[in-house]
Design a protein around this ligand. Structure first.
Ligand SMILES: *[C@@H]1O[C@H](CO)[C@@H](O)[C@H](O)[C@H]1NC(C)=O
Ligand SMILES: *[C@@H]1O[C@H](CO)[C@@H](O)[C@H](O)[C@H]1NC(C)=O
Ligand SMILES: *[C@@H]1O[C@H](CO)[C@@H](O)[C@H](O)[C@H]1NC(C)=O
Ligand SMILES: *[C@@H]1O[C@H](CO)[C@@H](O)[C@H](O)[C@H]1NC(C)=O
Ligand SMILES: *[C@@H]1O[C@H](CO)[C@@H](O)[C@H](O)[C@H]1NC(C)=O
Ligand SMILES: *[C@@H]1O[C@H](CO)[C@@H](O)[C@H](O)[C@H]1NC(C)=O
Ligand SMILES: *[C@@H]1O[C@H](CO)[C@@H](O)[C@H](O)[C@H]1NC(C)=O
Ligand SMILES: *[C@@H]1O[C@H](CO)[C@@H](O)[C@H](O)[C@H]1NC(C)=O
Length: 401
């Protein structure tokens, strides 16, 4: 019997934890029944046969906290590829055990169960096995969450889903209710005229290729070519905390300066591709998204606005001022308020009025004398007045505003 845990959505990415065999030893990947490991700085994590991957409690950046995870052991950047317990770190003294009836069980220092691997077993577990390869399979209906931030592994705003009808999509969600907003990437593997052509599995195999498998066994490749063969390179894929889904490679023949390098990423331009409706887009409300040289989003507040949470540059921005409509102001708005001009920036769905035709002077005058107007966008002879909070802000040459 072999159980591949990654079929479960909790298994955020990569990695197999197979469960056959017996006997314990640190170097051959096998973990004996009843073995346990404690969250402290002394217990040795479980190592895969070739020492590529390690499984156990990884010290968190905050003191006395540990993250139950699997990480690359050999390379200098010990990248985490999977984490349990929904990414919530546990305190010193927590324990992970391999049990006969329930697979892996995580207890807090007082022995209270925090998490288990939720294996659906017809049979009892015989042993654990840390496999070197880690091919990943996502079934129809499966979902992967981004983490919340670079350092917080809780479920974030972005999702990768293989929808039951066959499309692979990326979308943001409302964190409290799980409601999914419009997709910002769709790989159209749904064929309404012929369901046997629809996608039903996403596979990231041991050769480093990722593809969508259609019901008729056709493979729809997301990884287009392999210039970096898996014999010489490690491969991993992650839905990063900034919403970009990326496959990376890393040479197996590395030195201290070797880094993970992207092979491809989706969507092509998250700042422009995201935001066809509700939700705040790649950055927070009132924020502006700009793609950087690494094809990743940078977020910044408009002039006169600052971060709501100064520690979260990807979050929302608040105005430094309050817009007032005191009677005194009504005839003197143009004396009180001023305009800042921003180029090629837009919040495409925050309009409440649209003036055509409109000159720059008319657009400015209309906005400055309008209590509701936060921003006015001018382009193609049109003036759009915008209300707060602004969402899906982007700065890009394609904007032309
Ligand atoms: C590791 O996983 C691969 C792919 O699933 C499998 O073919 C192989 O047998 C596994 N290795 C062991 C030792 O179980
Ligand atoms: C991660 O973020 C969540 C949600 O904001 C918060 O409740 C939790 O305490 C954070 N975890 C850590 C380790 O900072
Ligand atoms: C959202 O869905 C995930 C996966 O199905 C689940 O783990 C999480 O608890 C859900 N959150 C809410 C608020 O329902
Ligand atoms: C549906 O697609 C399958 C596989 O491509 C094909 O064999 C079959 O003939 C198609 N059915 C129809 C009704 O077009
Ligand atoms: C789906 O992915 C393939 C491979 O990356 C690409 O050629 C195709 O254009 C994509 N389809 C859509 C609708 O994005
Ligand atoms: C590290 O390896 C790369 C090639 O992979 C090489 O270009 C570079 O010079 C090496 N750096 C050091 C410090 O050895
Ligand atoms: C807005 O407020 C923040 C924090 O109080 C400050 O750092 C920033 O300079 C202010 N910006 C403007 C344009 O007033
Ligand atoms: C920002 O982070 C620092 C250090 O983690 C913390 O001391 C501070 O309270 C945080 N500020 C806010 C507004 O959350």
């Amino acid at each position: 019997m072999a159980c591949a845990l990654p079929h479960h959505p909790l298994f955020h990415f990569l990695l197999l934890f197979l469960l056959p065999f017996s006997i314990v030893a640190r170097t051959n990947g096998i973990v004996a029944m009843g073995t346990s490991i404690t969250a402290n700085n002394k217990d040795t994590p479980w190592l895969s046969p070739s020492g590529v991957l390690e499984f156990g409690f990884k010290p968190h950046k905050e003191k006395n906290l540990f993250l139950l995870s699997i990480w690359y052991y050999k390379i200098p950047d010990q990248t985490i590829v999977w984490y349990g317990h929904d990414g919530v770190p546990v305190s010193t003294g927590s324990q992970l055990s391999l049990t006969v009836d329930r697979g892996l069980v995580l207890n807090d220092p007082q022995g209270k169960e925090l998490w288990n691997s939720q294996l659906i077993l017809n049979d009892n577990v015989a042993h654990g096995f840390i496999n070197d390869t880690g091919n990943f399979i996502m079934e129809s209906g499966g979902v992967i969450f981004s983490r919340l931030s670079e350092t917080n592994f809780s479920q974030g705003r972005f999702q990768l889903r293989l929808l039951p009808e066959g499309n692979l999509v990326l979308n943001t969600r409302d964190i409290t209710s799980n409601f999914s907003y419009a997709a910002y990437y769709i790989n159209d593997t749904y064929d309404s005229s012929n369901l046997s052509n629809s996608g039903y599995r996403v596979i990231f195999d041991e050769t480093g290729f990722m593809y969508i498998l259609r019901r008729n066994n056709q493979k729809f490749y997301i990884t287009q070519s392999m210039l970096f063969p898996a014999t010489e390179y490690f491969h991993r894929a992650t839905l990063d905390f900034d919403g970009v889904f990326t496959q990376y490679y890393h040479s197996k023949n590395f030195n201290s300066s070797t880094k993970w390098t992207p092979i491809w990423s989706k969507p092509d331009n998250i700042c422009v591709d995201i935001g066809r409706g509700e939700g705040n887009g790649a950055c927070g409300f009132n924020s502006i998204c700009k793609l950087n040289d690494n094809q990743r989003p940078d977020c910044k507040c408009p002039p006169g606005y600052s971060l709501l949470d100064p520690n979260n540059t990807y979050g929302s921005c608040k105005p430094n001022f309050t817009q007032s409509c005191l009677e005194d102001d009504i005839n003197s708005a143009e004396d009180i308020y001023d305009f800042e001009t921003l180029i090629n920036i837009d919040w495409p769905i925050s309009d409440y009025e649209h003036m055509v035709p409109a000159t720059e002077a008319q657009c400015k005058r209309s906005c400055i004398n309008d209590y509701f107007c936060a921003f006015a966008i001018l382009g193609e002879g049109s003036c759009w007045k915008k209300k707060v909070p602004l969402s899906n802000g982007r700065e890009d040459n394609v904007v032309n505003r």
